[in-house]
Design a binder for this molecule. Sequence first.
Ligand SMILES: Nc1ncnc2c1ncn2[C@@H]1O[C@H](COP(=O)(O)OP(=O)(O)OP(=O)(O)O)[C@@H](O)[C@H]1O
Ligand SMILES: [Mg+2]
Length: 502
Amino acid sequence: MSEQTIRPAKEEIDFPVVELLTGRGFITGKSGSGKSNTTGVILEQLLEQNFPFLIVDTEGEYYGLKEEYEILHVGADESCDVRIGKEHTGKIIDLALEKNLPIVLDVSGYLSDDDAKDIVGSVVKGLFDKEKKMKKPFLLVIEECHEYIPEQMKLDDCGQAIIKVAKRGRKRGLGVLGISQRPADVKKDFITQANYKIWHNLDWDTDLNVVRRVIGKDSVDTVKELETGEVLIDADFLDGLQKVSFKERETFHAGQTPDLSDFETPDLKSVSSDLVDELQQITKEKEEEKDRISELEEELEKKNKEIENLEERINDLKDHNSFAERFVSAIEHEVGDEEREEITQEIENAKRTSLNQEVLEKLDQILEKISSPEQRAVEQEQRETEKKEENMAEQNILDNEEFVEELSRIASSSNASKKALISTASYLENNKGTQKEIANFSGYSDTTAVSKAVKSLRDAGLIEKVGNRNRKGVYALADDAITEIDSRVKSRERAKKLQDRV
Ligand SMILES: Nc1ncnc2c1ncn2[C@@H]1O[C@H](COP(=O)(O)OP(=O)(O)OP(=O)(O)O)[C@@H](O)[C@H]1O
Ligand SMILES: [Mg+2]
């Protein structure tokens, strides 16, 4: 390779391939001065001799090389052979260095400059790393290089990787060629230390200052006068500055201002479909990975929601727990009135919230347990009275043994019959009535027996006259008949006990 040369200029000047592939180059000139054409001619001639390169194409103007050569065109839009992302970097580098495959990395389709730089940076780093072992002559070409290695700004990762290649790539066989329409905007060291510099026409003062500084003030006027395709070359491999005219590209120049009348894309050579499949497999895997990730993210979100709910429940339970602990301490220890009131209030509040029946009953039990002793006594008494009243209301006086016994006693100590006494008392228990009505109820044909019974019962204080109807007395059971008997029984018992003692 050391003797191999190309002749991209109309003049018969040899450009040593090894210098181009492994050295550092810089092509500049204002817009339309012919930089891309010059680059294209150099690349065509390298391709002609099967030397590989990778060009970072910012404008999508190099895929026309496919008209003649087998090149892999990768990038972000459909016009590319394969749409790639950072995950393809390794494969791309393998293809370039191991399979000798020339590559156009078209960054014009990436959504953001950052996306583009991300991928360019990763490719440049990958090439540099792999070349450490491979040491294969390989050219990295970067269009609009001021975007990546700017003079005025701090270098990002991608810029630093390019500068590393510029400084240390040569030993590994990795050369770099930067192209820019604004030499003033390109990192100064990159230009001054380039092994070959190709100057097209420039007319901005700041850019001409670079010409003055780098190749001398005598060249400024020449550079200002250069025609399209004409250049001044300043190269290690040439004797002094040379003014030459570059040939015109043979393949289709996609960056050319389109001639609208008959613009037609030529047939392009394509790389093997196996190779494209291999790259697309990476895309597929990446997409599957993405799907899996979003699936997992969804699952994670669900789990997080569940955790959130459980945490909420735990907090509720903690609340209930501290609530319950206070009940327990309230039950176990004497609580002060103030605390009792507070807890009672809390329980009442809890009862109002949606607790089930069982819990409500428990809460009532707790309420009862923590109520004050006085209050408990009052409530107990209240409950007992209620119960007594209930019993009394239900009891039939003839079921009351003491009452019946009392009637027997009355019968034996008066002229009233026991039968008349019982039927009179039992009628009057539920009714008010005259002697006639009592006789009818009892089945007596006249009122004699009833009148005797009424008299005896009135004497005993068990019934009373409550009014008159048709000049006849109306009788009813005395309100306190039962209690009266009760107390009579008790005093009799007391008297008996006294007699026994005596
Ligand atoms: N050596 C040449 N012979 C014939 N035509 C040329 C030559 N160099 C450039 N041209 C033509 O000049 C026009 C501009 O060239 P080119 O696109 O290479 O310019 P550029 O410097 O890359 O511009 P930009 O900075 O806008 O990319 C193109 O139509 C191209 O075909
Ligand atoms: Mg260009």
